[in-house]
Design a protein around this ligand. Sequence first.
Ligand SMILES: Cc1ncc(COP(=O)(O)O)c(C=O)c1O
Length: 388
Amino acid sequence: MKNRIARRVSEVPPSGIRKFFDLISSLEGGISLGVGEPDFTTPWHISEAAIRSLEQGYTMYTSNAGMPELRKELASYLEAAYGLSYDPATELLITNGVSEGLDLAVRAILDPGDEVIIPDPSFGAYPACVLFAYGVPVRIPTNSDDGFQLSAADIEARITNRTKAILMGYPANPTGAVMETGKIAEIAEVARRHNLTVISDEIYNLLVYDTEPTCFACLPEMKGRTILLGGFSKAFAMTGWRIGYAAGSAEIIGAMTKIHQYTAMCASTMGQMAAIEALKSGLPDARRMVEEYDRRRRVIVRGLNDIGLSCFEPKGAFYAFPSIAVTGLSSEGFAEKLLVEDKVAVVPGTAFGPSGEGHVRCCYATSLQDIEEALKRMARFVERHRRP
Ligand SMILES: Cc1ncc(COP(=O)(O)O)c(C=O)c1O
């Protein structure tokens, strides 16, 4: 009998993040360090811009590539933030979040069987999107000793004649790792030498602590071969608005726009209106939220280390990724038992690839009070499950 569902779709497991989110929301007194989403609501002036646009009747489709005014604002933002100059008419595309940008990027460049290099652990959508696009994800293990950063040497060792791209996101989900400048330059050199495209997911670029964000497209000869993906979900607390963007060469953005045109038409009009306001006057709000995340980051990292869950220092995003080695539990076992016994939701490291085993992801985009209570519960949990 024919399979009703395509094999490549059946074989991809559902997101390991959502599973724990669904469980915690039904538990009274539960604390979620699970889903990676700001606890802030969207700054009011940003929501108001969208409300005003509805009152003015902006309820129709926009241009496929996104509203010209938003693309113009975005071009000015990228110029001011990174000194990168993109033509709003041909080199920018407004997407339904970075999620859609990732899907479009791989679909635009992959032929069946093409390989894409991905760090492991990393955001679960990376390998899934590659598989949906008939590509082959090639995972490269990283660990806390190498700062969870991909190395040029490891990439080079995995390159074959089918390698088409490197897909990565720094600051990283789930580790909070940021790429060191020297390492970015070495990876860019490998990409140039092997004629690879770099898909750089920079959704957390505004969320960095005492360090500079990653910018592949800023390196010599890299702008043309980098697909820069960015968005509004995290830095502006706008996850529900579903607005992101892709910046790249006119050739690649043109190909991505073609797929987007037939499958999404455009990003939501009111979301784009909100995004214009976010770029025009939302950066101070983003900075205020980052200061608050930084306070929480210090509390959670110190707290986890104090209870024996040794934690790599995250320099970006809003995740801590402690080792759970003191317990001897698997990451799935740790997350499940912690949820059932002490009502704290964390995400097993294996939701981000095999190299996540031995770790759990704790999202600290939640109140300090909840973080402190979660740490107390985790301390009791670790005492009960300490490896003899
Ligand atoms: C690394 C990374 N990229 C992309 C996304 C998706 O973001 P968006 O809401 O813009 O689709 C997420 C969301 O968690 C993420 O962590």
